[in-house]
Write a protein that binds this ligand. Structure first.
Ligand code: DP6
Length: 329
C-alpha cells in the first residue's frame, strides 16, 4: 500500500437522541435492544487523525492532547483491528482526536469520537466502503456513534441478528428547523459510562423490561412527529423518551442518577417556560447536561432562561446538520 493512503482525517459531530437507545441485545455484538432516533448537530465537532505507521509497536491514542485511558485505548484498538482485518494490514496506528466541547460527560463525545475514528481509519487504510459499512463498524464499538456517521435526523433500529446493522438518514437536516440548546452543568467527566449504566440497568432495574417494551412506541411517536414536521409532538415524545430511560436507570440497584441539581432546575425552567407559551422541551443523556429543544425563533429567550439557572455554566446552541467530512493528504 502506498504511504499516501495511510493517513486520513475525519471531522464528525455529536448527535443527541430524541428517542433514546438504552440497553443491548444479548448477542454480544453491541446491538441495541431498542430503536433510537437522533439529530446530528453542527456547532460541535471531533477531529480525528488516523495514521498507520509501520514503526509503531502498538496503537497510540491521544485524546485532547493526552494519552487516552486504557479502556478507551482498548475500544479504539478493537475498532482498528476490524479495519486491519478488512484491509489485510498489520501496522499499528497513531490516533489523535480533539473535541471542541466537554469530553465524556454525556455530551455524546463518544458518538462523534468513534464516528470520526471509524471514518478516518477506513480512509487511512485505503478501504472504499459505503457509509453504511462504516456506520456498522462504529456501532460495534459504541452504538450511538453509528448515528454520527450521518448528518441530519438519523435512526438506528434495534438489532435483529443481521450481519450488518447500520444507522440511516430519516430526513435531511433542513426538514425540520429546530435548535438544541445544551445547558452545560459541569466540565468534568461523568461517573458511569453509558455502556456500564445500561448494563447495570438491565441487570438490576425492575423497570428495565417496561422500558424495552415501551421504547419502540415512543420511537414511533418521535419519528412520526418528525416526518409530519410537528415540533410540539416531537418535543413531547423526546422528553418522555428521556424521562422513561432515566426512570429505568434510577430504579436500578443501586440507582443510577446522572443528574445534578442544576439538571433538574434547568428542566423545571424549561417546563415553566413551556407553561408560559414557549415551545420548549428537555432531554438528558447519561450525564448531567440538560438539552432543550425549541424553534429557532425562541433560541435567545430559552438561552437566557437556561443561563439564569444557578449551576448552568454555559449554553451551546446546536442546529441539525453535521454531515461528517473525510480528507486524505
Ligand atoms: C443515553 O452509544 O455510549 O446517550 O453502545 O455501550 O457505547 P455503547 O453506548 P452509547 O450509549 C448512548 C446512550 C444515550 C442515548 C442515545 O444516545 O441514544
Amino acid at each position: 500500500m502506498l504511504n499516501s493512503t495511510r493517513q486520513a482525517t475525519a471531522v464528525a459531530h455529536p448527535n443527541i437522541a430524541l428517542a433514546k437507545y438504552w440497553g443491548k441485545r444479548d448477542s454480544g455484538q453491541n446491538e441495541p435492544a431498542v430503536p433510537s432516533l437522533s439529530v446530528t448537530l453542527e456547532g460541535m465537532s471531533t477531529t480525528t487523525v488516523v495514521c498507520f505507521d509501520d514503526s509503531l509497536v502498538s496503537d497510540v491514542v491521544l485524546l485532547n492532547g493526552k494519552q487516552a485511558d486504557s479502556r478507551t485505548t482498548t475500544r479504539v484498538t478493537g475498532l482498528l483491528d476490524r479495519i486491519r482485518f478488512a484491509a489485510s494490514l498489520t501496522s499499528k496506528a497513531r490516533v489523535t482526536s480533539t473535541n471542541d466541547f466537554p469530553t465524556a460527560s454525556g455530551l455524546a463525545s463518544s458518538a462523534s469520537g468513534f464516528a470520526a475514528l471509524a471514518l478516518a481509519a477506513t480512509a487511512a487504510a485505503g478501504l472504499e466502503r459505503p457509509r453504511a459499512w462504516v456506520s456498522d463498524l462504529a456501532r460495534r464499538t459504541s452504538a450511538s456513534s453509528a448515528r454520527s456517521v450521518f448528518g441530519g435526523f438519523v435512526e438506528l433500529l434495534a438489532g435483529s441478528g443481521a450481519d450488518l446493522l447500520s444507522a440511516s438518514v430519516v430526513v435531511e437536516a433542513s426538514h425540520l428547523p429546530l435548535r438544541m440548546l445544551i445547558a452545560v452543568t459541569t466540565e468534568d467527566a461523568k461517573d458511569t459510562l453509558s455502556s456500564d449504566g445500561m448494563q447495570h440497568t438491565a441487570a438490576t432495574s425492575p423497570f428495565y423490561r417496561s422500558w424495552i417494551e415501551t421504547a419502540p412506541q415512543v420511537f414511533s411517536q418521535v419519528k412520526n412527529a418528525l416526518l409530519n414536521r410537528d415540533l410540539e409532538a416531537l418535543g413531547h415524545a423526546a422528553e418522555h423518551s428521556a424521562l422513561m430511560m432515566h426512570a429505568s436507570a434510577i430504579a436500578a440497584e443501586p440507582g443510577l442518577v446522572y443528574w445534578r441539581g442544576a439538571t433538574v432546575d434547568a428542566l423545571r425552567e424549561v417546563r415553566s417556560l413551556r407553561k408560559s407559551g414557549v415551545g420548549v422541551w428537555g432531554t438528558m443523556d447519561a450525564g448531567p447536561h440538560l438539552k432543550a429543544i425549541c424553534a429557532p425563533a425562541d433560541v435567545d429567550r430559552v438561552r437566557e432562561h437556561l443561563l439564569s439557572v444557578p449551576g448552568v455554566l454555559r449554553v451551546i446552541v446546536g442546529s441539525p446538520g453535521g454531515v461528517p467530512r473525510v480528507t486524505t493528504p
